[in-house]
Ligand binder design. Sequence first.
Ligand SMILES: C[S@@+](CC[C@H](N)C(=O)[O-])C[C@H]1O[C@@H](n2cnc3c(N)ncnc32)[C@H](O)[C@@H]1O
Length: 227
Amino acid sequence: MSFFERFFLNIPLPFSVWVYELSKLFLFKDIRTPGFDQAVQIVKSKGVKGDYLEFGVYKGNSLIKFYKLFQKYGLEDIRIFAFDAFKGLPVSEGGVFNKGEFHYPKDLFLRRMKKAGVDFKKILIVEGFFNTSLTEDVKKKHALSKAAVIHVDCDLYESTVDVLRFCENLVQEGTVLILDDYLSFQTVDIPENYGEEKAFKEWSLYPRFEELYEIGVSKAFVCKTLK
Ligand SMILES: C[S@@+](CC[C@H](N)C(=O)[O-])C[C@H]1O[C@@H](n2cnc3c(N)ncnc32)[C@H](O)[C@@H]1O
């Protein structure tokens, strides 16, 4: 853990919230922010119902961003789901991602949320590796039936296959799908044979989606129609 990270986790509230906001404004800007903002605006303007689902949360940076954007746009009723095993990547892929990378323990994730000003009791955490944790029982338990935003940030092909299979009956017209590492395999010979891009193009609902934006290595899509 970096010095800044350890320092941040020990700052008392509410000062930690200000430090978090200032560090994101001046030190650790996230180029994905305009895309996230656009996704939330679409959900608001089209009145897309359903929840925010993030698959792969790591330290919570993107989850915190979406939490704050939903507040900014008066969409606090949207439930936020965090799916992760909190054990890092389960396998390596393509020489780009390595097994165990992005390991961040759940207790630190929760502490970081709190220090950033997130009421983490509002975050629904589904812990475990996706091949066993993404079940129909989870949907029943949380009355999860529609997704407004699906944020896939689990990097790997196998993980994304599990995620998209789980999301199949949650997608509706207007659902925004963010694939955070769509273009992360540009250094390998045939990038479309890897990762989130391969899983997405193989998915039965792929033809229903239209591209919304490309920022850095991420791409986002909107579901046009299910018919
Ligand atoms: C790149 S990090 C997510 C970063 C985060 N969304 C952000 O922008 O701040 C990838 C995360 O995916 C999780 N992950 C990948 N494959 C997984 C799987 N099959 N099951 C559970 N978690 C997985 C890892 O544990 C890791 O926390």
